[in-house]
Design a protein around this ligand. Structure first.
Ligand SMILES: [Cu+2]
Length: 483
């Protein structure tokens, strides 16, 4: 297909109310008349296969941040900022107790730093923006992996440049295993698939654009095109058996209400901080920026040749008009005709760490406001050297997050996982994916949540911020010190 033709189709697609597979396939030059399953001539599905980054042990590795060229679909390339020239970056995978020894090499034209999101890193290795290094410099990370098995990730965290660097492609998974996860004997190898969900805007020449307007900063920068592992609407051939998907919302601002077509459900087994108390079968999961879920999907009963679509369902949201909540088709699972052995679902999951006592513990309140287009916590914008909250090491506290605004705020804490205790206002309840341990909790407009925090490992300066990255860069972030 000629470049001009691609662009014409792409612009037609970007204006559509809902993002549909046929629209993407048309933009990519696929046959618009074709379905989303395998082609009649047996040459395979239309569009791009799901990309799977290599899995590496985070021990003695260097990670180079730089601009490169990436394929966004058949015949279409774009410039991106990436780790090791990959979008998403390499999947890091270690075990609890392992040493993490990584060197960040900054090949960008601006400063950067890596934050290991959800990982309990010591202060010097947490990726605070004051630790960012300039072009050509390197930054060494050396710490012990203390988290339980779970789905963590990594992304940049430089001052006021987190949004653009993450959006342009810098993000990857950081998976942790331990004896508990080994004992579960979950689907592995090609049947354990990390999926990072993102959205992007492409300009008239097919390049990824990042140029937020005032209204974009109010809502967060929303893309027209959903990407899974760096490709729009990819397909993954699957056998008729059980799969494990590690789902990460790596978008700047987009919230996904995930569901599967053809009546299939998710069996939720984990979230931000590892396994939940028990498996739970769900028809949909609402995932805000920064949040993760670990789910099993059983394709055993699916007819050979069938296509199952991972969708984000439409949802309505009060507040300023935007494309937040628009329906999107994210990717396809194409069911193989080869026989596969069925596998049982786990009946039980590893025990959660004991909860700290919360009776009579100190409380702190943090109010997230978005007045006049400025995003603030307790009325203040982030300042690098100001400490806004202190908490003694080992002391449990109840922290209350108030969203006093008409836009969602996914609130993220560095240093340690917390437990979500209650939600009032808005949806007024907690959801199964908000049990267990969390590092990011979604506050829809005018909701308040209470969380129990308990920092037991590391003293030092850490961050609390909104994980809507435009809000974060606008100053919706603060320093807290574990003393
Ligand atoms: Cu926010």
């Amino acid at each position: 297909m000629k470049r001009s033709e691609f662009l014409k189709r792409l612009s037609a697609w970007s204006g559509a109310a809902a993002v549909t597979p046929s629209a993407w396939l048309a933009a990519c030059g696929g046959d618009t008349g074709a379905g989303t399953g395998p082609s009649d001539d047996g040459s395979g599905p239309d569009g791009s296969p799901l990309q799977l980054p290599p899995t590496l042990r985070p021990d003695g590795l260097s990670l180079t941040a730089r601009e490169g060229t990436v394929s966004l679909g058949p015949g279409q390339t774009s410039r991106a900022w990436m780790y090791d020239d990959l979008l998403p970056g390499p999947t890091l995978r270690g075990r609890t107790g392992d040493g993490v020894r990584m060197t960040l090499v900054n090949g960008l034209q601006e400063q950067t730093v890596v934050h290991w999101h959800g990982v309990d890193a010591p202060e010097h290795a947490d990726g605070h923006p004051r630790l960012a290094v300039g072009p050509g410099a390197t930054l060494a990370y050396d710490f012990t992996l203390e988290n339980r098995a779970g789905t963590y990730w990594y992304h940049p965290h430089p001052h006021e440049r987190t949004a653009i660097q993450t959006y342009r492609g810098m993000a990857g998974f950081f998976l942790v295993d331990d004896a508990d996860s080994d004992a579960l004997d979950l689907p592995a190898g090609s049947r354990e698939v990390p999926l990072v969900l993102q959205d992007k805007r492409l300009d008239g020449s097919g390049e990824i654009v990042y140029a937020p307007s005032g209204p974009d900063i109010m809502t967060g920068f929303l893309g027209d095109v959903p990407f899974v592992n760096g490709t729009p609407f990819p397909y993954l051939p699957v056998d008729r058996t059980l799969y494990r998907f590690r789902l990460l919302n790596g978008s700047n601002a987009r919230i996904f209400d995930l569901a599967l077509t053809t009546g299939l459900s998710f069996v939720l087994i984990g979230n931000d901080g590892g396994f939940l108390e028990r498996p739970e079968t769900l028809q949909s999961i609402l995932l805000g920026p920064g949040e993760r879920v670990d789910v099993l999907v059983d394709f055993t009963g699916a007819p050979a040749g069938d296509t199952v679509v991972l969708q984000s369902r439409a949802f309505s949201l009060a507040g300023p008009p935007s494309s937040q909540g628009v329906a999107m088709d994210l990717m396809r699972f194409v069911i193989s005709s080869a026989p596969a052995a069925p596998r049982a679902l786990p009946e039980a999951l590893p025990a959660l760490p004991a909860s700290p006592p919360t009776e009579g513990v100190p409380q702190q309140t943090f109010s997230f406001t978005s007045g006049m287009g400025r995003h603030r916590i307790n009325g203040s914008a982030f300042q690098m050297d100001r400490v806004d909250a202190r908490i003694p090491l080992g002391e449990p506290q109840v922290w209350r997050f108030l969203n006093s605004s008409p836009v969602p705020h996914p609130v993220h804490l560095h240093s340690a996982q917390f437990r979500v205790r209650s939600r009032i206002g808005g949806r007024g309840r907690l959801y199964p994916w908000e049990g267990g341990l969390k590092d990011t909790v979604l506050l829809m407009p005018f909701e308040s949540v209470e969380v129990v925090v308990h920092f037991v490992r590391h003293r030092g300066l850490y961050l609390m911020h909104c994980h809507n990255l435009e809000h974060e860069d606008d100053g919706m972030m603060l320093n807290f010190e574990v003393t």
